[in-house]
Ligand binder design. Structure first.
Ligand SMILES: NC(=O)c1ccc[n+]([C@@H]2O[C@H](COP(=O)([O-])OP(=O)(O)OC[C@H]3O[C@@H](n4cnc5c(N)ncnc54)[C@H](OP(=O)(O)O)[C@@H]3O)[C@@H](O)[C@H]2O)c1
Length: 155
């Protein structure tokens, strides 16, 4: 990747499913800053150490499965916050991610009305108390277990 970047064929280097020790190794090996780390991140999986590390080192967190495969739609807290804000629980979950420093989200949908809803999250703002209530929904629920996944608790 260093060579590709040196040759101008790669603009930025990103990684995926990297834990803190792997990010440390990547930063050591890379001749330029690591741009992004794509990880599973949604209201039910907090990933706090990785997020803190990324924030500290200017690495963008790209949240995959940001709406927990649609499960956020059923959560009572998200439903309540959604009602107050005139939005859906999915929109609240996406807004919660984007309102955090250096976090973006990549929800996937094949349904045009969902795609429309998923981008329609820039006309409201969650209060800090609403943000905190969503943080409290973390139940360490990992949905994706790829064969190549690292030991998530490695240190
Ligand atoms: N780097 C990695 O290791 C990794 C691992 C897993 C996934 N990813 C990537 O992350 C992206 C998203 O992940 P994902 O698809 O697994 O999870 P996701 O975005 O959390 O959930 C997708 C599911 O949510 C539904 N959905 C989307 N918008 C909705 C809405 N507004 N209301 C209700 N339901 C909605 C979709 O159904 P409809 O189609 O009916 O809307 C689909 O069933 C994908 O591009 C994937 O490639 C990366």
């Amino acid at each position: 990747m260093n060579d590709l970047q040196h040759r101008g064929q790669v603009k930025h280097m990103g990684v995926s499913n990297f834990t803190v020790p792997r990010l440390e190794k990547a930063r050591e090996a890379s001749r330029s800053p690591i741009f992004a780390n794509q990880i599973e991140y949604h209201p039910f999986l907090g990933e706090i150490p990785i997020r803190n590390y990324c924030r500290e080192h200017g690495i963008l967190v790209t949240a995959y499965c940001p709406i927990a495969h649609g499960q956020v739609a059923e959560d009572p807290t998200l439903r309540e916050i959604a009602e107050v804000n005139g939005k859906t629980p999915v929109q609240v979950a996406l807004r919660w991610l984007l309102q955090q420093e250096q976090v973006i989200a990549i929800p996937k949908s094949g349904e045009p009305s969902h795609i429309h809803d998923n981008i329609d999250i820039f006309d409201f703002e969650l209060t800090s108390s609403e943000m905190d209530r969503i943080v409290a929904l973390d139940r360490h629920e990992r949905l994706i277990h790829p064969e190549f996944a690292p030991g998530w608790n490695e240190s």
